[in-house]
Design a protein around this ligand. Structure first.
Ligand SMILES: [Zn+2]
Ligand SMILES: [Zn+2]
Length: 352
């Protein structure tokens, strides 16, 4: 902190629903008891950030202004007074979607804290990592293995973890027929993780470039989205497991047509409108349909250990903090291959 009594930081601030992010200099937060202050090195840019910026999430006005960003990696800069943590200053840590949970409910007691109804989320209830510094809850802090590069590794904390946790909830194993709907960042991680289990992977997307990328990452078959996509998947052997990463209700008839009996269907993409689910189809086929949301602390540690040993070659494009709003526009336009990630070592001068 030096001699400066009021240190500041640059942050990308969202002042209200539908408002673009503005870069602003503001006071650097001080860690209270139980908190760590982290100097950010990187932060991935996620579709959830876009939904919040655009006002798709119905958040109370009182929550604004917000600092988004929940795929952060940085180093511990300060430890709050009396904070019990095994992490020392300078250690590299990850800042994911979950800032903290109640610790007392059923899901919290059974290692399923990502379904705690009292969860505190980074970017909504607490300032996120689109800023030079961010606070974290020491109880939710974990070290990032040194093998993981901060830029390539940041998207592991939401996109990668979400794909990992969704597959962990299924009976995936060697020879499982897995259908991945939507081959953006999450879908790309899912291809690589599913292949590591020895599964046969089919990918559906409406974008030819994304299908090509899916093939280069190891997908065994690719099918363009459309009214015949489900039947085309069925002809290739059907799907035992489906992960939906496409944020549209239009995929539901495709999924219905693609699955084998007793399939497992995991809803991951944020589809705000209801789908036409046939109870008769569900009963006759013995299908299991369930949701998955990011991942727990245990899953995060397991996944990071896996990623340290098995690098996941998803394209990650570094961008400076100063262009984060334009980066969100690109994400909105679908003009991103893989993931975008803020690199805090890139120049931000002249913008503040
Ligand atoms: Zn996310
Ligand atoms: Zn809880």
């Amino acid at each position: 902190m030096g001699n400066n009594p009021h240190p500041t930081m640059l942050a990308a601030v969202c002042d209200g629903p539908g408002e673009p992010l503005h870069l602003r200099r503001m006071p650097r937060p001080r860690p209270g008891p139980g908190q760590l202050l982290v100097k950010m090195e990187s932060c991935g840019i996620c579709h959830s950030d876009l939904h919040i910026r655009n006002g798709d999430e119905d958040l109370p006005d009182g929550l604004y202004p917000l600092i988004l960003g929940h795929e952060g990696i940085g180093r511990v800069a300060e430890i709050g007074p009396g904070t019990d943590t095994g992490l020392k200053k300078g250690v590299r840590v990850g800042l994911p979607w979950l800032y903290g949970t109640c610790g007392a409910c059923g899901p919290c007691h059974t290692d399923h804290e990502s379904f705690c109804t009292d969860q505190q989320v980074r970017g909504i209830h607490h300032y996120g990592a689109f800023a030079e510094y961010a606070l974290m809850n020491a109880q939710f802090a974990f070290e990032i293995p040194e093998e993981i590069h901060p830029i390539a590794g940041a998207p592991l904390l939401c996109a990668g973890l979400t794909a990992w946790s969704a597959l962990k909830k299924t009976k995936i194993g060697p020879g499982s027929r897995v259908l991945i709907v939507g081959a953006g960042g999450l879908g790309q991680y899912a291809i690589l993780i599913a292949k590591s289990y020895g599964a046969a992977v089919t990918v559906i997307d409406r974008d030819d470039g994304k299908l090509e990328e899916a093939r280069s990452l190891g997908a065994d078959a690719v099918v363009p989205a459309g009214p015949d996509a489900g039947a085309a998947v069925k002809e290739k052997g059907g799907a035992d497991i489906v992960l939906n990463f496409a944020p549209t209700r239009a995929v539901w008839p495709t999924i219905e047509a693609a699955v084998n009996p007793m399939s497992e269907i995991v809803a991951v993409a944020l589809v705000y409108e209801p789908v036409d689910l046939s109870m008769m189809w569900l009963i006759d086929g013995g299908h299991r349909l369930f949701g998955s949301s990011v991942g727990t602390r245990r899953e995060t540690r397991e996944f990071l250990a896996f990623a340290a040993k098995n690098p996941l070659p998803v394209t990650v494009e570094p961008v400076p903090l100063s262009v984060v709003n334009k980066a969100l526009d690109r994400l909105q336009d679908g003009a991103v291959n893989g993931r975008l990630c803020i690199d805090f070592s890139l120049d931000c001068k002249g913008v503040a």
